[in-house]
Design a protein. Sequence first.
Length: 223
Amino acid sequence: MRLRNALLLCGLAASSVLAGCSTAPVMVRPVWSEKVATNQIFTSDYGAVEDHGYALPAIPISRLDTKYHRQIVDYATSEKPGTIIVNTPSRFLYFVLPGGKAVRYGIGVGKQGFAWEGEAYIAWKQEWPMWHPPEEMAVRKPEVAKYVKEGMQPGLTNPLGARAMYLFNDKGQDTLFRLHGTPEWASIGTAASSGCIRLMNQDIIDLYQRVRPGKGARVVVQQ
């Protein structure tokens, strides 16, 4: 059974509508390899975006290493198209495409001690979600305590960013693990996040459009 216990990761919160993260290690080693070949790089896709009434600012993408820019790469894997593979050491998330390709995104990951390895599936997803930090986070950061029950409204400073995708285990239980956007673009490629797997807002919007929730939307997180 994959993900029997709650996964760890993020101080983003458990509530029927929002984010948290927890962890239990599960050793998973799918076969995969990436070739840096004739990549299609979407560096021009990080401009300002008007999205559901929110004006997302342009990301100064030239300040991030090109390897973290969204791109299509040659990617050999035993996983089916539509699978998401998160490789936390390399700070990459792959959305598997047919024909030995994948869309590769740069990510930010949780600090050491908040990492998780295992499998789940995306049960549902939400545009411009509210954020409910867990009570444990409120103890460490009293300034967020007011959001535990009432939640932080969606917006440009919301830690979940423009989109969130909610991971459940094979028993249909919420793992409290999320893939989500972030207004903190400079955290991409780092382990400075105390939250779940985070992508730039322009990237999470792109990934969100590719994912159809359900048990076919499998996620594999590698350490």
